[in-house]
Design a protein around this ligand. Structure first.
Ligand code: ADP
Ligand code: MG
Length: 375
């Protein structure tokens, strides 16, 4: 008994020493302006009250908060609180905190010394694009002009992550709920960065797949091959969802229903893609309706270039933004998207997907992990 108590005390002292060492290191590592006191955030969110809840994601709950100076924030509560990974975590917060672009959600900082880890972001008044495009009533708020601007903004934000930020960042989880909208419906990409710290086991990085079913590129789903082209694929899926108002990863009940990607591809081949346009695009309200229809069709064409099965044929994101903005430029004919059976997640081709870890709906299928690569 006595020995047990002694052991416990020793352990506790050892742990305390470790914690202190880590905290010291973090105090040096984390840029001062990115630090938030736990109590400040607790006050801002009214002790994480239910009324302040914005949504639930793979890592935890998100709350709205108001700081003492009136600034609105979104606070993400993290389930994982791996203090031993704290230095890594702080380094990433530093990096992401320094990435700035009009189409990326600003990370304002974090709090790591309280009872749980919290991330603080700028608050986007209209929350996520997902709330609007899949809802027949709220969808009316976003006519084609607004949606086009959201598509272009998302393309520019992604091009910046891939090509212009200080480090090369692959998002890995581009989807409608990660596109946030400000008060004027301008798009900002959320949840980029913060990759390795959230990975419980580092040895998993090369094997575990993170992303959301329905948005994942076939080569990433099947072989874990991760390049910027995986984001390009997800972007293409997202654009098709924005144009049709249909969700790609939701089966429509019917056993033989096609995914949105396949469905649009088939209609496009037959020159009938317009049949799938969301009525909420409100195209009849435009004076030059037929020109606008052509523009929507061109965007669908670009999206189908992004969802091509062969990754090397997909354009880069900066090419995509140019194709979207330069109306006259002729576009290549898209080749086929992957024919994935959504119920079994198997590709209808020669690949063997049966041993693939994503077959069960593991929680990782809903987590966001971005990837940093050296330039
Ligand atoms: N900065 C923010 N401003 C406003 N709403 C936000 C913000 N961040 C997240 N949200 C809302 O909280 C929800 C949950 O976010 P998240 O944890 O990233 O999960 P997911 O992206 O899987 O939905 C989002 O879908 C969005 O509606
Ligand atoms: Mg998110």
């Amino acid at each position: 008994m006595g020995v047990y108590v002694l052991k416990q005390r020793k352990l506790r002292q050892k742990r305390k020493g470790l914690d202190e060492a880590v905290e010291m290191e973090m105090a040096v590592t984390l840029h001062n302006s990115l630090k938030f006191e736990y109590s400040t955030l607790q006050k801002a969110t009214r002790s994480f009250s239910n009324e302040n809840k914005l949504g639930q994601g793979g890592f935890g709950m998100v709350y709205k908060g108001i700081l003492a100076d009136g600034r609105e924030i979104a606070v993400k509560r993290l389930f994982l609180n791996n203090r031993h990974r704290a230095t890594d975590f702080f380094n990433e917060v530093n990096i992401i905190g320094s990435v700035e672009h009009k189409n990326l959600v600003r990370l304002l900082g974090c709090s790591c010394f309280g009872p749980e880890s919290l991330l603080v972001y700028e608050f986007l008044a209209n929350q996520s694009l997902e709330r609007f495009i899949f809802d027949p009533i709220l969808g009316k708020e976003l006519d084609w002009d607004k949606r086009f601007e959201i598509i272009v903004g998302t393309a520019e934000g992604l091009a910046y992550l891939h090509e212009n930020s200080k480090i090369r960042i692959i998002h890995r989880d581009i989807k409608a709920s990660n596109i946030l909208l400000d008060a004027r419906f301008k798009a900002k990409i959320a949840d980029f960065g913060l990759a390795r710290t959230f990975q419980e086991d580092k040895s998993h990085i090369s094997t575990a797949i993170a992303g959301t079913l329905g948005y994942m590129a076939p080569e990433y789903l099947a072989h874990g091959q991760l390049t910027e082209k995986a984001d390009v694929y997800s972007f293409g899926v997202l654009v098709l969802e924005i144009v049709t108002g249909m969700q790609n990863n939701k089966s429509k009940g019917s056993e033989f229903s096609d995914s949105v990607v396949i469905s649009v591809w088939k209609h496009f081949q037959k020159g009938r893609a317009e049949q799938l346009f969301d009525p909420n695009l409100m195209l009849h309200n435009y004076i030059h309706e037929s020109d606008v229809r052509k523009e929507v069709l061109r965007v669908v064409h670009v999206a189908l270039l992004c969802t091509q099965e062969i990754a090397s044929l997909r354009p880069s994101m900066s090419r995509v933004s140019k194709m979207l903005l330069k109306n006259e430029e002729p576009l290549a004919q898209p080749t086929n998207p992957p024919f994935i059976d959504e119920r079994t997640m198997e590709l209808n081709d020669t690949f063997d997907y049966s041993s693939y870890p994503l077959h069960n709906s593991s929680p990782s299928s809903n987590l966001s992990h971005s990837v940093f690569l050296p330039r």
